[in-house]
Write a protein that binds this ligand. Structure first.
Ligand SMILES: Nc1ncnc2c1ncn2[C@@H]1O[C@H](COP(=O)(O)OP(=O)(O)OP(=O)(O)O)[C@@H](O)[C@H]1O
Ligand code: SF4
Ligand SMILES: [Mg+2]
Length: 322
């Protein structure tokens, strides 16, 4: 297998009213050790469902219908739920887009961090409190000793994100998945959290899957990038190639949406049109209705994802033989 995590042809669908919502529709990628891979795309493109599939947290009416998820040389798509419980939060951790998914509103934050240590690492109770306090300090929660017994509602959004981070890294995972870790925060707090994640990743030698729709965050934090649209990878490249030589019209559109100070415009650019309904994809390129470059073939047949330069892949008829 390639790297720490390798995903091959992952398909995760939701079955609603007998229709299949193709949230993730044949996705393949890998993450190397100590690397940060970013997944970028508009709302509904399948970023969170990809992450939740890796965590094996897809619930009915959703289902992983096919694909392989190799992690540390084991296809975790085939593990039993019991085996998966041992791995989740331990070797692979996630900071969830929805904080309610990770923080219990009734239990003190210190005890929640401690619980993760007791369950996965069998740390003795006495020692676990000391370690939980160390983790709170590591994520820069001031006066950790004093705040250990507070419940999450007593913390600001940024501090809550630090607590969730402490829980996620408690067992020193090989892979940390961070799903929009800064979206709900003020801009200044956003960069503090990203700096924290970057420094923890280095200190703990983790790999990171960073999910975001913010290309600014990608530029500063990722090694490689995947651009996702309608459950498919549209472009994959290392961060420098992507920003210097974006190929896919969707990527170019996303880049145009980044506000630049020198532009001095009142109205920001946005890609025209809307993401199509995930239960009604046709055989065409999924971006064709919004693409300025669309040709006849684009409306008839979807292109394959092809490697046009080493490590740079694109799914677009402009770059492959028709
Ligand atoms: N529990 C669910 N039931 C039905 N459809 C779902 C469910 N969860 C996700 N989907 C659908 O799967 C698709 C991908 O959703 P996903 O949450 O992965 O998007 P996303 O890229 O993370 O978007 P965002 O940026 O808004 O977080 C969407 O069409 C969404 O409506
Ligand atoms: S395949 Fe065609 S419609 Fe799709 S992105 Fe490329 S040019 Fe645009
Ligand atoms: Mg999401």
């Amino acid at each position: 297998m390639k790297g720490l995590l390798e995903i091959k042809d992952l398909k995760t669908y939701f079955y609603l009213d007998k229709q299949a919502v193709k949230a993730v529709d044949g996705v393949s990628f890998h993450i190397n050790r100590n690397e940060t891979l970013a997944i970028v795309g508009e709302s509904g493109s399948g970023k969170s469902v990809t992450a939740l599939s890796i965590m094996r947290l897809i619930e009915t009416p959703g289902k992983i219908i096919s694909g392989e998820i190799h992690f540390n040389n084991v296809n975790i798509a085939k593990l039993s739920s019991k085996q998966m419980t041992m791995l989740r939060g331990n070797r692979i951790s996630m900071i969830y887009q929805d904080p309610m998914q990770s923080l219990n509103p009734a239990i003190s934050v210190g005890e929640q961090i401690r619980e993760a240590l007791i369950i996965h690492k069998a740390v003795p109770r006495k020692e676990s409190k000391k370690r939980a306090l160390e983790l709170m300090s590591l994520v820069s929660i001031p006066e950790a000793q004093h705040r250990y017994k507070d419940i999450q509602s007593k913390f600001s959004g940024g501090m809550r994100q630090r607590i969730m981070t402490a829980m996620a890294i408690a067992c020193n995972p090989d892979l940390l998945i961070a799903d929009e870790p800064t979206t709900a925060l003020d801009v200044t707090i956003q960069s503090e959290i990203m700096d924290l994640l970057k420094s923890l990743k280095q200190q703990l030698s983790m790999s990171m899957l960073l999910i975001t729709h913010d290309l600014g965050i990608v530029a500063e934090n990722a090694d490689r990038v995947i651009i996702m649209y309608c459950g498919k990878i549209m472009e994959e490249a290392n961060v420098r190639d992507l920003f210097e030589r974006p190929k896919h019209p969707y990527t170019i559109g996303l880049m145009k949406c980044i506000p630049r100070i020198q532009d001095n415009v009142d109205v920001l650019y946005s890609i025209p049109g809307y993401i199509p309904n995930a239960s009604q994809y046709s055989e065409a390129c999924r971006f064709h209705e919004r693409c300025e470059k669309a040709m006849d073939i684009c409306r008839q047949k979807e292109p394959e994802l092809i490697e046009i330069e080493e490590g740079h892949k694109v799914r677009c008829w402009l770059y492959c033989n028709k």
